[in-house]
Each structure stands twice: as C-alpha cells, then as structure tokens.
Design a protein around this ligand. Structure first.
Ligand code: 3HC
Ligand code: NAI
Length: 699
C-alpha cells in the first residue's frame, strides 16, 4: 500500500506514502479510494483527512507511469477525485511542503483545505508539455480567480502557500496554520470543527467568470504566443481556463480531459518528460552510490583570470563560497577582476542584483600571485592556456602546495585529464571541470572522470555543481569529451554543405528553423573561428587523412576570426552583433568550389538538418558505446544545456529515437553515397546499427 490509513478518535487520516514525493501512482490512488471506503463504513469516523508523508503532500501524478498501462487503470485521478467529492463525510486536504499538479487537483476536490506556510503550490504540468488533466484548469480559477489561476497554469511556477493565503477573498485555503510544526494538530481540530457542517462544500459549485471575458482571453493568447513558440501547451491552457468561465463544469472538465490527452501524445511533451528524467538521472553516476561521503568545499582557488577563470569564480561567489584567484602578473589579475566587477555592475544596473549583494560577493573574492596562498583551498580549478606544458607546470605547483584531500580540477576543453593527473602525486584527487563560456551563465558543466579519479571526488563535484546551479554531466576522458567531440562531426558536415552549394546563412537558417539557438556559422563567429582552426591544425598531424572542407581554413587565413575581429562567416558593424551576409565570404566559397571542380547544387533544408543532427547522433552513439557517457540522456543534457539544441526536440539522441533509428541509419547510408561527403563518418556506430536493426530506441 502506498497510502496509509489511521483513525485518530473521530477523524480518519489517509496518508499518501509513495516516496520520494507521493506521486499519485496506481497503488496510491487505490489506497485513497480504499481509505475513503473504510472511513465511510466506520460510524465512529466523523471527518477524513488526506495528507502526505515525508517531504511532500504530493508532487502530482506519478510521471513514471505516463504512457504505461498503470496510468490508464482505474481508479484514475478523476475517479479518485470523484470519490472524494461524493464522500458522505467531510474530506480535508492537509497540505505541506509540496502540493503540485495532480496533488493540488486532489486537494481541490476535497471539501476543505488546510495548509502550512512554506508549501510550494503549483500546477506545473505545462513544464511537461501538458496541462492539468484532473480538473485543475476548472477548479483553480474558482478559488483564486481567473487571472491568478491562469498565471499559475501557464507559467507552472510555484507560489508559496502563505502568499496565496494572504490574498483577500481567496478560497483555496480554508485555514493557514501558524507553522508547519502545528499542522497536524490544527488540521485535526479543523476537521472536527467541520464534521457536522452540511451541505458539504464543493469547489465545482463556485462561480467562475472574468469581467472582461473575451477581451481578457484574447490578451492572454497574445501573451503566451511569444513564450510558447515551439510548445502547444500554454495556448491550450488558455483555452481550458476560458472553458471554465464559459461552459458548465462537467463540459469544461471533459474539454480539459480531451486537451490533456492530445497534449500527452505530442512530441514536445515527450521531449519535456524525457528532459525531466534525464536532468535528474544525469546527477547519478552508476557506480558512485548517492550515500558516498562528500568532501567539504569551503574555499575555492582558481588559476587564471582570463575568459573562463573570471566566470568560473563568479559561480562560487554567487553561491557564497570564498574564491582566491591566482595569476602570473598583477595586470592580468586587475583585468580579470575588472571583468568580474563589470559583469556584476551590469546586473546591478539591470536590477537583477542588489548593490549590497554585489558588495558581499566581491568581499568573498581575493587575489594572489603566490601559490602558497592556495594552501587552505578545498578545491582548485585551473583555467590557464590550453597547452599541456603550461598545465604541467601549474599542476606540479599545485601538488606541492595544496592541502591533502584538496580537489584539483582542470577546465581543459581538449587535453587528456589522465595526463594532467599524472603530473601530480595524487591522481585520485584530480578531475576535469569543463565549464562553458560564459561560465557564469552557461548551465552545463562536464565533469571529466579520469582513470584514477576517486568516487568521493566525483560525488563532491556533482553535489557542488547543484549548489552553483549547474547541470553536471559526467564524461570519460577523450578528445573533446562529450560535447566538443560531437560538435566536430557537426562542423564537418556544415563545411561540406558549403562545398556542395549552400551559403553560411542558408545552413544557419535551416538549423535555426529546426530550433537551434544559433547555426554553426553564427556560432563560429561568436566563439572565434581561430579556436577550430587550431584544433584542425593539430588534427592534421594526428589524423592526416581526415576529410573536411577547407573553407574554414581559408576564412581564418583571411583573418576573419568572427565577431572579435569584426568579420567572420558574416560581416559585423562596429559594436553590433547582427550577422550580415558577406559577399567576400560567398565569393571565397564559390572560388573554392570552382577550384575543386564542384558544380553547386540546391540542398534542401531537410537535408541540411538531417546531416547536421545525424552527425551528432552517430558520434553520440560511439560515445555511448565506449562508455564516455553512461546514458543517452546525458548526451541530450549536454546538448540541451551547452549547445543550444532545441528543448522541444529533447536532445539529439531523443530526437533520433523519435525519428526512428532505422530511418536515421537509412539516411546515413544515403549520405555516405555522396562522393563529396565523408563515407567513413557516416558508417553507423555499431550500437546505432544494432538498435536500428532491432527496432529499438536509445533510452
Ligand atoms: N512523479 C514521479 N516522480 C517524481 C515526481 C512525480 N510527479 N516529481 C518528482 N519525482 C521524483 C524525481 O524524478 C526524483 O526522483 P529520483 O530521486 O529518482 O531522481 C525525485 O522525485 C526528487 O525530485 P527532484 O530531484 O526534482 O527533487 P526536488 O526536491 O528538487 O523537487 C519537486 C521536488 C518540486 C516535486 C520536483 O520534483 C517537481 O517539480 N516535480 C514535478 C512535479 C510535476 O510536474 N507534477 C505534475 C505531474 S503531471 C500531473 O500531475 C498530471 C495531472 O494534472 C493529471
Ligand atoms: P584565456 O587566455 O582567456 O585566459 C587564460 C589565463 O590564464 C590568462 O589570464 C593567463 O594570464 C593565465 N595564465 C596562463 N598561464 C598561467 C600560469 N602558469 N599561472 C597562472 N595563470 C596563468 O583563456 P581561457 O579562454 O580562459 O581558457 C582557459 C582554459 O579554459 C583553457 O584550458 C581552455 O581550453 C578552457 N576553456 C575555454 C573555453 C572558452 O570558450 N574560452 C571554454 C571551455 C574551456
């Protein structure tokens, strides 16, 4: 049983008990109905309480059951709420900590609601690409008003119970308790106080109107249009709430149900649900149990105050953790600190950060030119030039001064973390922490696990990532780790597309229409085309037979490194970031084609998208098979949080599974037959080929 039944004098208490958040799975739903039956059959029981065990009243429907038979089996949530509404004895929802989704809908079906302060109340279904499907859109407007309800339903954001409780005229909570601690006692007293009140009040009987009717809903539709570009759910939320104001309750409920079922089957909802679980799974490492002890991180050292060092430091300052930055020269330190200050001042100016908070953060920052000043740091992150020799010197010095047990991390984006670890006498304490630029903004952190990295080091870094609000994904050691190794294949395809007849703007437009934040050429201009150039030069030595378009090299030879040089794949006006198509670049590409004897052809947007995305997928499959990533969801998280992959597509691996791996492989075989492409690169990874042949998906 995942709902417990107890009787306290004349009050029956049904306690949802389905850890971690009392999701309303089949057994729990059945438990509630059974409890109601027992309570009604017991003449001594005068009132019934429904509450939740542990750290939640309820987090809503059990998302793990979505798409399974269990979600369809009776009693479904509607039936449970029906059973509550038609109960002959008063039912009181006793709410604390978390009351979300179906949990709130269950509470809204109860005759009364008693809430503790500090409870997060929400209808967050929209974040899963659906809408409240058990009456939430019909009942919530009746108790908090149409506008407040629609705001909650469309945003999915939690509101604190005490905020709702303080709104005059609200009917969501019949009682707010003095404190979470007094909830149980006050709730029982409340239940007894209403035990004999008849008729039993029902939310469904309350009126629901908006004074401006059509005009308000038109306004609401305009509001959600922009924010819901790639997602159908927000507009449907508006439709459902409008129905609450215009239709009979039962009709509104049926309409909500219809919208809910339709949304549940959309690819957008499947993508968001995948993201929900992938995000949580990413923080779990298969062979590092959650109870692994963690090292205490009270002070952080950062080596290098350049582009990355400054942003990395800000993450810790924002979380209240003191940072000492070390540089080679005072000027470099001054420049780095100046950039940090400028970033914070911009936030203050925009009203995103209070002046006193800014001062508090800066007070946590110290600087040094002397390694000895890092001796009390618990974690030291190196962000110096990307040269193994420079890293060697740094790690040898760190090994000499860092205290025993200190974690030594490298922000390297391509170098071998095992080699870096071998520069020290403590390889077990060395780990990669690959932040993305700008490091104070980007959510992604690749945690690179070396051969010798200790489990408690990994556990500590993963927990710390959560504290500094990063999405951490573990990667094994390989060139480029998960993200950059895959992006190379994507860039390779982008180059071939130019050779074959595309312009940079056509490629960018096609993939941006697919949903990427930025196409490969605009991205190259932002990051600096010289970075890829340096990598290609290194590759030319390591893999001389690697096939790629030479257009990117020709661009760099022209000094067009991107925005920083005022010109790249596009032209840029001084001080502006707008990418202007460049005649010079188009002529360079045409001349290159001519030199190779290529007759340009019209490439469809569909082909552009498939070649770019499937190139990611094939490399992702190799990464998975080699164990560099432990789950396909990890690869998706890397791309969703670090590379602007469209959220509504769920990441490259999820997207490929949605398309069908068989179809993906078929397209790859077609691309391999193109003589201007790289047939070897399109050879399906064995894992991909196997799954495609078996009709399976990645997850
Ligand atoms: N069903 C199943 N499992 C759930 C769940 C749910 N509704 N909500 C959370 N969980 C699980 C998570 O997967 C995670 O499991 P794990 O430990 O195995 O990884 C665990 O609970 C803890 O979750 P978090 O890491 O997110 O813990 P937090 O304390 O940070 O947050 C929370 C708790 C606020 C409840 C957050 O998990 C959350 O927002 N959950 C989603 C709530 C939601 O979307 N509810 C609506 C469901 S749809 C619905 O109700 C349909 C209805 O209208 C018909
Ligand atoms: P940067 O050139 O902007 O900054 C490097 C800083 O390190 C300079 O301020 C330099 O003075 C300092 N430095 C060099 N040698 C030093 C030493 N021995 N002791 C102390 N300080 C020293 O470089 P950036 O871009 O910040 O890159 C740093 C590291 O981060 C590199 O390993 C890079 O590959 C990695 N990285 C860079 C990203 C980016 O987008 N720039 C993204 C992710 C990782």
């Amino acid at each position: 049983m995942t709902a417990e039944y107890q009787v306290h004098g004349d009050v029956a208490v049904i306690t949802l008990n389905n850890p971690p958040v009392n999701g309303l799975g089949l057994a729990t739903r059945q438990g509630v109905v059974d409890g109601l039956d027992r309570a009604q059959a017991d003449a001594a029981v005068k009132a019934i309480v429904i509450t939740g065990a542990g750290g939640a009243f309820s987090g809503g429907a059990d998302i793990k059951e979505f798409g399974t038979d269990k979600s369809l089996q009776e009693p479904n949530l509607h039936s449970v709420i029906n059973a509550v509404e038609y109960c002959t004895k008063p039912v009181v929802a006793v709410i604390h900590t978390v009351c979300m989704g179906g949990g709130l809908e269950l509470a809204l079906g109860c005759h009364y609601r008693v809430a503790a302060p500090g409870c997060n109340v929400a209808l967050p279904e929209v974040k899963l690409g659906i809408l409240p499907g058990a009456g939430g859109t019909q009942r919530l407007p009746r108790v908090v008003g149409v506008e407040a309800a629609l705001n909650m339903i469309v945003s999915g954001e939690p509101v604190k119970s005490e905020m709702i409780g303080a709104v005059p005229g609200q009917k969501l909570f019949d009682k707010m308790t003095a404190s979470p601690e007094s909830l149980a006692e006050e709730a029982l007293a409340f239940a007894r106080s209403v035990a004999d009140v008849r008729p039993l009040p029902l939310v469904r009987n309350l009126p629901c109107k908006h004074p401006e009717g059509d005009a308000y809903f038109q306004f609401a539709r305009n509001m959600v249009k922009g924010m819901a570009k790639n997602f159908p759910a927000p507009a449907k939320c508006v439709d459902a709430v409008e129905a609450a104001t215009k239709r009979k309750f039962a009709d509104g409920l049926a309409y909500e149900r219809e919208l809910f079922i339709n949304l549940m089957w959309t690819p957008e909802s499947r993508a968001l649900r995948h993201l929900f679980f992938a995000e949580r799974a990413a923080s779990k490492i298969p062979d590092v149990p959650s109870e692994t002890p963690k090292r205490d991180i009270k002070k952080v050292g950062v080596i290098g105050a350049g582009t990355m060092g400054g942003g990395i430091s800000m993450n810790f300052l924002n979380a209240g953790i003191p940072v000492t930055i070390l540089e080679m020269k005072q000027e470099a330190l001054d420049r780095g600190i100046g950039t940090i200050q400028k970033n914070y001042e911009a936030q203050v100016k925009k009203g995103k950060l209070k002046e006193d908070k800014y001062q508090q953060r800066m007070a946590l920052l110290s600087t040094t030119l002397n390694y000895a000043d890092l001796k009390d740091c618990d974690l030291i992150i190196e962000a110096v030039f990307e040269e193994l020799g420079v890293k060697e010197a740094v790690f040898k010095q760190l090994d000499a001064v860092a205290k025993p047990g200190a974690i030594l991390a490298s922000n390297t984006s391509t170098l071998d973390v095992d080699k870096i670890a071998a520069f020290t006498q403590r390889p077990q304490d060395v780990v990669g922490m690959h932040f993305f630029s700008p490091a104070n903004v980007m959510k992604l952190l690749e945690v690179v696990r070396g051969k010798a990295t200790a489990k408690d080091v990994l556990a500590t870094v993963m927990a710390l990532a959560k504290k500094i609000k990063k999405t951490a994904v573990v990667s094994g050691v390989c060139d480029g780790f998960i993200g950059n190794r895959m992006i190379e294949r994507y860039s390779q395809q982008a180059g071939f597309l130019l050779d074959e007849g595309c312009t940079p703007q056509q490629v960018d437009k096609a993939i941006e229409k697919f949903g990427f934040a930025m196409g490969p050429f605009r991205m190259g201009d932002l990051a600096g085309n010289d970075i890829g150039w340096a990598i290609r030069k290194r590759r030319a030595v390591e893999q001389p037979d690697m096939k790629y378009s030479k257009t990117a090299d020709l661009l760099c030879e022209m000094g067009r490194f991107g925005q920083k040089t005022g010109a790249g794949w596009y032209d840029y006006q001084a001080g502006k970031r707008d990418a202007i198509p460049s005649d010079v670049v188009n002529q360079m590409i045409e001349a290159h084609r001519k030199a190779l004897g290529i007759t340009p052809r019209k490439v469809s947007d569909e082909e552009i998208v498939q070649r770019l995305v499937y190139a990611l997928v094939n490399e992702g499959a190799k990464i998975l098979e080699e164990g560099i990533a432990s789950k396909s969801g990890d690869i998706d998280m890397v791309y969703l949080t670090g590379y602007g992959f469209p959220i509504h597509r769920g990441g490259p691996m999820h997207y490929a599974s949605e398309v069908g791996l068989f179809n993906v492989v078929q397209s790859m075989k077609r691309f391999a037959r193109n003589p201007l492409d790289d047939a070897r690169a399109w050879e399906p990874a064995p894992l991909l080929a196997r799954l495609a042949a078996e009709g399976k998906a990645f997850a």
